[in-house]
Design a protein around this ligand. Structure first.
Ligand SMILES: *[C@@H]1O[C@H](CO)[C@@H](O)[C@H](O)[C@H]1NC(C)=O
Ligand SMILES: *[C@@H]1O[C@H](CO)[C@@H](O)[C@H](O)[C@H]1NC(C)=O
Ligand SMILES: *[C@@H]1O[C@H](CO)[C@@H](O)[C@H](O)[C@H]1NC(C)=O
Length: 463
C-alpha cells in the first residue's frame, strides 16, 4: 500500500519537474514569503512560512517556517529541524527559542547572534498534524497518530515542499532535531533512503540528534543516576529508584494505565525530592516562576535574567497568539483557540516511545549517512550517559573503531564539551553547560558544533 502511494507520487513529481516552469514555482514560494514580522528588526535574508497539504481528502496540512542563510543561501545546505514531544512545535521551540534568527522579547523580536542560518538554510516543521499551526479539518485525524504516520507525513511534506522551492531539490540535506525527534529523524531518513531507490530526490548528507530518545530503557534509566549525582535525590531514594521501581518501568506502567502502588510510591518520593522548582531539562538553570506557579502566561519581566530568558516559552506563546503575527506568518488556527508550545489535541500513540530507533540509526550509517548524537550535559530527561552508552554500543555492533578518541573540544577559548568519533561516521558530543534544548542555553557552543557537523569535521581540538 505505501509503496504504491509513493510510486504514484514519484511519477507525479517527475511530471511536475518537467512541465513546471521555474517562474511559476518561484511565484508559489513568493506566496509564502514573509514581508516582515511584527517587531522584527531589518535583516538581509528572506524567510517564508505557510502550509503544505499532505492529505487532500482529510485536509491535513503541515505548517513550516523557512529561513534562508544569512549570506549566499545558494551555496549553503538545507537543514530540516524537528522538535519532539511528541507534539511540540519546531517553530515555537526550535526557531524562536533555540537556533532561529529571532527570539521574542515583549512586543518585539530580537536577533539571535548564534542563529543556525549563519551556516545553513533552516526549515522548521510543525509536525505531526495538530501541532502548532498544523491542522486537519477532520478532527479524527488527531487520534491514534503514531510514528509511522508522522514519518510518512514528513516525507510527503518535504516532497511537496520542493515544489514550492525547486531550487532546493538537489541541495545537500541534513536532518537535525532533539528529544523525541530521536524517533522522527531516523524514521524519516529511512523512508528517504527507500524513496531514493526509485527516484533520487533526497540528497541526504547526515543527521544530528540532540538529547534523543533512541532506546527507551537505557535512556530513561540513566535519569536516576543523573538525579543522584547532581544531588536532586538522596542515597536511599536512588536505591529504590534503581531497584524497587526504575523509571522505564514506571513509564511503561503509566502509559498502559496500570500503575502499581509500589511504582507510584517510588515516583512520589522522587518527585518530592527533586521539586517542581528545578527544571528537569537543565538542572542548573533557573525556572520561569510565573510558568511554574500558574499555567497562565502572564509575563513577569523581573524574572528574566540577563543572559538566558528562562521565560522565553511564555513570550513565544504571547507572540504567536497575536493576530497581526499570525497574519504576517500566513498562519491560521483551525479548530483551536490558541497556538500552544505542545499540542493538547494531538492523541499520540505514546507506546511508540518503546520502539528502539538505535537499530535504524545503525542501518542508516551502513547506508553511508553520517550521524552525530549530541547531549546538552545538564539535561536529566535524556541524560548524556544513556546516549553515550548507546552510541558506544552501536559503534561496537557496527565494528566502527574509534577515529577520534574521547577528548575535549573548544568554543570561544573554553571547553565546549567532550567528543568521540567512530569510523568517521558516528560521532558523540556533549555540550558543556547545555540543557535538553542545547542551542537555547549554549547558543555559541551549539553553533560551533553545528558548523563542524555540516562540514563533516571533528570538533575543534584547540583554540
Ligand atoms: C544533484 O547534485 C549532484 C551533486 O551533488 C549532481 O551530480 C547531480 O547532477 C545533481 N542532479 C540534478 C538533477 O541536478
Ligand atoms: C528496569 O526495570 C525493568 C522491569 O523491572 C527491568 O526489566 C530492567 O532491567 C530495569 N532496568 C534497569 C536499567 O534497571
Ligand atoms: C578495528 O580495530 C581492530 C582491532 O585493532 C582491527 O582488527 C580492525 O581491522 C579495525 N577495523 C577497521 C574497520 O579499521
Amino acid at each position: 500500500m505505501p509503496s504504491l502511494r509513493w510510486k504514484t507520487k514519484a511519477l507525479a513529481i517527475a511530471l511536475f519537474g518537467l512541465s513546471f516552469s521555474m517562474s511559476l514555482a518561484a511565484s508559489l514560494s513568493n506566496f509564502d514569503r514573509i514581508t516582515q514580522l511584527p517587531g522584527q528588526p531589518q535583516v538581509g535574508f528572506q524567510h517564508y512560512s505557510g502550509y503544505v497539504t499532505v492529505d487532500e481528502k482529510k485536509q491535513r496540512a503541515l505548517f513550516y517556517y523557512f529561513v534562508e542563510a544569512e549570506l549566499d543561501p545558494s551555496s549553503k545546505p538545507l537543514v530540516l529541524w524537528l522538535n519532539g514531544g511528541p507534539g511540540c512545535s519546531s517553530f515555537g521551540v526550535g526557531a524562536l527559542s533555540e537556533n532561529g534568527p529571532f527570539r521574542p522579547n515583549g512586543e518585539v523580536l530580537v536577533r539571535n547572534e548564534y542563529s543556525w542560518n549563519r551556516e545553513a538554510n533552516m526549515l522548521y516543521l510543525e509536525t505531526p498534524i495538530g501541532v502548532g499551526f498544523s491542522y486537519s479539518t477532520v478532527s479524527s485525524s488527531y487520534e491514534a497518530v503514531n510514528d509511522k504516520i508522522t514519518a510518512r507525513d514528513n516525507l510527503v511534506f518535504l516532497n511537496r515542499w520542493f515544489r514550492k522551492f525547486p531550487q532546493y531539490r538537489n541541495r545537500s540535506l541534513f536532518i537535525t532535531g532533539e528529544s523525541y525527534a530521536g524517533h522522527y529523524i531516523p524514521q524519516l531518513a529511512e523512508l528517504m533512503v527507500q524513496f531514493n531507490k526509485k527516484e533520487k530526490l533526497f540528497n541526504l548528507k547526515g543527521m544530528a540528534l540532540g538529547n534523543p530518545v533512541l532506546e527507551f530503557v537505557t535512556d530513561f534509566n540513566s535519569r536516576a543516576e543523573f538525579f543522584w549525582s547532581h544531588g536532586l535525590i538522596s542515597d536511599s531514594t536512588y536505591k529504590v529508584f534503581t531497584s524497587t521501581c526504575n523509571y522505564s518501568r514506571y513509564v511503561s506502567e503509566y502509559y498502559r494505565g496500570s500503575l502499581s502502588p509500589i511504582c507510584s510510591r517510588v515516583m512520589n518520593l522522587v518527585t518530592r525530592e527533586t521539586s517542581r522548582f528545578v527544571d528537569k531539562y537543565d538542572v542548573t538553570l533557573d525556572v520561569c516562576i510565573p510558568s511554574v506557579l500558574s499555567q497562565s502566561s502572564v509575563l513577569n519581566p523581573q524574572q528574566v535574567t540577563e543572559t538566558i530568558d528562562v521565560c522565553v516559552e511564555d513570550e513565544t506563546v504571547n507572540y504567536l497568539n497575536r493576530r497581526d503575527v499570525q497574519n504576517a506568518l500566513h498562519a491560521r488556527l483551525v479548530g483551536l483557540n490558541r497556538w500552544l508550545v505542545c499540542s493538547n489535541i494531538l492523541d499520540y500513540e505514546l507506546l511508540d516511545l518503546e520502539i528502539p530507533t538505535i537499530p535504524i540509526v545503525g542501518r542508516l550509517i551502513k547506508a553511508g549517512i553520517p550521524v552525530l548524537v549530541y547531549s546538552g550535559d545538564q539535561d536529566s530527561v535524556i541524560p548524556l550517559t544513556g546516549s553515550r552508552t548507546l552510541v558506544h554500543g552501536l559503534a561496537e555492533e557496527l565494528g566502527l573503531n574509534t577515529t577520534v578518541p574521547y577528548r575535549v573540544w573548544f568554543a570561544g577559548m573554553q571547553v565546549g564539551g567532550w567528543t568521540q568519533v567512530y569510523g568517521n561516521m558516528l560521532s558523540f558530543s556533549t555540550i558543556r553547560g547545555a540543557s535538553h534544548e542545547a542551542p537555547f542555553s549554549q547558543p555559541e557552543r551549539s553553533l560551533v558544533l553545528f558548523k563542524a557537523f555540516l562540514e563533516g569535521r571533528p570538533l575543534p581540538e584547540a583554540f
